[in-house]
Structure formats: structure tokens, C-alpha cells
Design a protein around this ligand. Structure first.
Ligand code: SAH
Ligand code: SF4
Length: 488
């Protein structure tokens, strides 16, 4: 394995070539080092991991923390007290990158006040050679720079840094060990668990950087996922979130192939009172069989996050989404006919290159027709290396902002109508923790993903409760637990 900066302006002599010692257990080496420190100082070293971006990054950070615990670190409450700070970065839009870079500057003063501090940037942003080169050139106080494919090599990179190497850059482009199942995971909380079912993406939507920074699609073995979910349910987890950039194409890279529907059915058959959620579904691969499976499987939540991106066929084609608005709407109709009370949520990109007011009007009419529970809306962000970055983009910033505001306003009304219609109903809520609206309030979600603030005993946290809804707010509904505390 060679660790070096690929295709960047990072000078070869600044990067490091490592031919690893086969069989070397780097986790143990770092732990030994930390145990020595503990003996000398009486203090366990502390690490702080900050996650930017999506649930896939949250899941990767759970692995980073799992590795850190195994290497003898405890977690710091904040960056000020940490001996090691790691930022797990996001590249999907420019503002995510700006947020990361805006926070990197603070590492300099932390390093000045703590000479032994080790700092690192990893994840999607670092997998882009031009960004890694920028970090390398302008942020000399960042010690570790590694991309998504190097996640499993983190103990080795850290050990080399602790051993005195000035700076470690690992930007290997191919995933040399694509589906390592031996990385420890330290989960956040004990109610919901993120379970990746596949990594990477082969779809190359023209605006999207994900296939470039996460690599080709690869699925985890069915039996490995089933064992993981069984273990989680036995530990008492109540919500299993299956993760992938396009879960609907799960299993295509496996021999023999397995479908996502089969995976859902097998997880649904695991005994226990728990829910199954999944994201993200690509409409082009969302089959009637999948919708029938969701309808049949009582543990699968009646909620489908089905990003449409645009309501204009012209724009959908320029985005390389490979479905039309009509095909999308027919899927929605089919699902509504099969799954009683199903909720839809979606992602929309406003201001894709070449989008006109007429195209945007088609997006609005699709939204009125579907009536989503909620939307994640984004203004198009140009990503270097993608096809869309080369397209003509005549609409002004103001045009895009105006469309974005209009979309937000319309969705607010639709969401409000849906929430209003819930008043007077009773719904099953998984209580996740304290609420935001006052003392004695708990917060949780319905199967459809609606946030519910409700009066109830603290002992309900981690359990399902029946809640009678009395009020609709802009971002949630509120009510009171009428029964609750399923002991499963
Ligand atoms: N794999 C998922 C989502 C990946 S990124 C899917 O296909 O749905 C999450 C969302 O970010 C996308 O659905 C899209 O709406 C948005 N997004 C991705 N690239 C973007 C860009 N360049 N500009 C603005 N939004 C973008
Ligand atoms: Fe990006 Fe499209 Fe893949 Fe989603 S399906 S990650 S939007 S390329």
C-alpha cells in the first residue's frame, strides 16, 4: 500500500510513502503508546471528532470513534480539552466546504496553546485532490489529511504521526480494502442505529460529487447486515436506519445478487419490536416490488424519502436522473394505493444550470401534486469535476434565491396543512429524549417521520408511546402520551 498525494500539487517529498509491515496491528501500537502516557501522566488522552454533512458521515464518524476508543482514547467534551481533533468533512455543496474551512482556522490557536495537539481532516472533502492540496498548502497545522478510502487505515496514519512523522497525507483513490467489517463502531445513543448497507454510487447525476469522493457502488453481504441488525435489536435498539446513496440498487455487486426488497424482508423477519427506516431511494430504481414489500413488512416505516430534484423533464434529463416527472408521479400514486398513510419527503435542487422560470413552475406543480411531508431544498452548487460544472448557467443568483424562497413558502403551507390534519389523531411515537418546548416534554417521531413533542414520563425514552395530538406547530406537532411504555 502506498500512501501519497494523488494528482495534486502536494510535493511528493512532503507526502509519505509507506510500505506497511504485514500483520502489524496499528491499533495495538497506538494503544501501547497511550498506555505509556497514562502511566506517566495519570491521564487518558482525549479525542474530539466533529462531523459535517450527511448520515453516511455520521456513520463513518462512529467508526472513527470506535477506532479511537480501541486505541485508548476517551472522548473530549469539546475541542479545547482534546489531544486529538478530527474533522470528518462534507463536499456535497460549497457551503458545506466553507463551513469546514471556516472552522479549520480555529485549530491553529488551539495548537499554539497545546503543542502536543494532533489535528486531522478526513472524509469527502479530502478525497478531492484540489481541496487536499489547498489544505496542505494553506493549513500547515493540520497533521493528518486522509480521504474516505483511507478510513480503515486511520490507526496506522495516527501511529506514524505519533512516531514523529511531520505530516501524513493519504489520498489513495481506489478503495484498497473496500468492505472492511472489522472496524469497531461506537454508536451515538442506544435508540436508533445507522447501518450502512452499501457504499459509493455509480449514478453520476451531473451535479453531484459523491461518486467521485465515495467511489464505486459496493454492497455489504446480506448475512453480515442481518447479524449486525440482530445484535442491535438484542441490545435494545428500536430504530434501524439502513444507509446507502441509492439503497434500491443494494445487492447488485454481490454474487449471487440480492435485491433491496429481499434485504428488507429478511430484516423484517428478525424478532423484536423495532422499526426499519432506509435512505436514500433513487426513483429510477424504486420498483413496484419494493413498494409492495414496504406495504407487507410491518416493521418498515410508512415513509419514503424519494428525492425528485426537479419537476421538469428537461432538467431531469440534464441532471442524468433517468426518470420523468410522470414516471415519478406514477410511483407516488402506486405507493399511495398500496401503503395506507404513507408519507413522502424529497430533495429539490433549485437553479440547476439552464433552469428557467417555466422549468421551476413544473417543480412547483409537482410539489403541489405530491404534497410532501417535508422537503430538503438546496440552491445548486457548482462542484469541480462534475458535468454540470461545464454547463451554461445564465440564471442570476437573485433568480435562484427568488425561486428558492417561493419553494420554501409553498412547502411551508403544505407541511402546515398536513400537520394541522394530525390534530385530534393518535399516533405511535418512538420517544427519543427530552423535548424542546418545556419541562416534562419528550420528543420523538412517528413512523412518517413527523416530530412529536409530548407530555410524558421520562421512563418512556427509548420506548414506543401512543400520543394524542392536540396542536400543530411549524416544525412538529404536540400532544400528550395516552398509553405508552411498550416494554419491548
Ligand atoms: N444519494 C442521495 C443523496 C446524495 S446528496 C440521492 O441521490 O438522493 C443529498 C442531496 O444533496 C441530493 O439529493 C441533492 O438534492 C443535493 N445535492 C447534491 N449535489 C448538489 C449540488 N451540487 N448542489 C446542490 N445540491 C446538491
Ligand atoms: Fe449523487 Fe445521484 Fe449518486 Fe445521489 S444518486 S449520490 S445524487 S450521483
Amino acid at each position: 500500500m502506498i500512501i501519497y498525494a494523488v494528482g495534486t500539487t502536494v510535493k511528493k517529498e512532503d507526502a509519505i510513502n509507506i510500505i506497511p509491515n504485514k500483520g502489524e496491528n496499528f491499533t495495538r501500537l497506538v494503544r501501547d503508546y497511550n498506555e505509556d502516557i497514562f502511566e506517566k501522566t495519570g491521564r487518558q488522552p482525549l479525542a474530539f471528532v466533529r462531523t459535517f454533512g450527511c448520515q453516511q458521515n455520521v456513520s463513518d464518524s462512529e467508526k472513527l470513534k470506535g477506532m479511537l476508543f480501541a486505541m485508548g482514547y476517551a472522548m473530549a467534551q469539546g475541542p479545547e480539552t482534546a489531544d486529538l481533533i478530527l474533522f470528518n468533512t462534507c463536499a456535497v455543496r460549497e457551503n458545506a466546504e466553507e463551513r469546514v474551512l471556516g472552522n479549520v482556522g480555529a485549530l491553529k490557536s488551539l495548537k499554539e496553546s497545546n503543542r502536543g495537539l494532533i489535528t486531522g481532516l478526513c472524509g469527502c472533502m479530502m478525497q478531492q485532490p484540489h481541496i487536499a492540496a489547498k489544505v496542505h498548502a494553506h493549513y500547515p497545522y493540520v497533521d493528518l489529511i486522509f480521504g474516505t478510502h483511507a478510513l480503515g487505515r486511520f490507526p496506522e496514519l495516527l501511529w506514524r504521526r505519533l512516531g514523529g512523522d511531520k505530516r501524513i497525507v493519504d489520498l489513495e483513490e481506489a478503495c484498497s480494502d473496500p468492505l472492511r467489517e472489522d472496524i469497531p463502531v461506537s454508536r451515538e445513543g442506544n435508540i436508533g442505529a445507522w447501518v450502512p448497507v452499501m457504499y459509493g454510487c455509480d449514478n453520476f447525476c451531473t451535479y453531484c460529487v459523491v461518486p467521485f469522493v465515495r467511489g464505486r457502488e459496493r454492497s455489504r453481504e446480506l448475512c453480515v447486515i442481518l447479524d449486525e441488525v440482530k445484535g442491535l435489536v438484542e441490545k435494545g435498539f428500536k430504530e434501524i436506519h439502513l444507509l446507502g446513496q441509492n439503497v434500491n440498487s443494494y445487492g447488485r455487486t454481490l454474487e449471487p445478487g440480492v435485491s433491496f426488497s429481499e434485504l428488507l424482508r429478511r430484516i423484517n423477519a428478525i424478532p423484536g419490536d423495532f422499526r426499519i427506516r432506509f435512505m436514500t431511494s433513487h426513483p429510477k430504481d424504486c420498483t413496484h416490488e419494493l413498494i409492495d414489500t414496504i406495504a407487507e413488512c410491518e416493521k418498515v416505516c410508512r415513509h419514503i424519502h424519494l428525492p425528485v430534484q426537479s419537476g421538469s423533464d428537461r432538467i431531469l434529463s440534464a441532471m442524468n436522473r433517468r426518470y420523468t416527472a410522470e414516471k415519478y408521479l406514477s410511483l407516488i400514486d402506486y405507493a399511495r394505493g398500496k401503503i395506507k398513510g404513507v408519507a413522502f419527503t424529497s430533495d429539490i435542487i433549485v437553479g440547476f444550470p439552464g433552469e428557467t422560470d417555466a422549468d421551476f413552475a413544473e417543480t412547483l406543480s409537482l410539489i403541489e401534486r405530491v404534497r410532501y411531508h417535508s422537503l430538503y431544498t438546496f440552491i445548486y452548487s457548482k462542484r469541480e469535476g462534475t458535468k454540470a460544472a461545464l454547463m451554461e448557467d445564465p440564471a442570476t443568483r437573485e433568480d435562484k434565491r427568488r425561486r428558492f424562497d417561493m419553494l420554501t413558502q409553498i412547502q411551508r403551507r403544505i407541511g402546515q396543512d398536513i400537520y394541522d390534519s394530525l390534530v385530534g389523531t393518535t399516533c405511535r411515537v418512538l420517544a427519543e429524549g427530552p423535548g424542546k418546548t418545556g419541562q416534562g416534554m419528550l420528543a420523538g417521531r412517528t413512523e412518517q417521520g413527523v416530530i412529536v413533542e409530548f407530555e410524558g414520563d421520562e421512563a418512556l425514552v427509548g420506548r414506543f408511546a401512543e400520543v394524542s395530538v392536540t396542536k400543530a406547530m411549524l416544525w412538529a406537532v404536540a400532544g400528550k402520551a395516552v398509553t405508552g411504555g411498550s416494554l419491548f
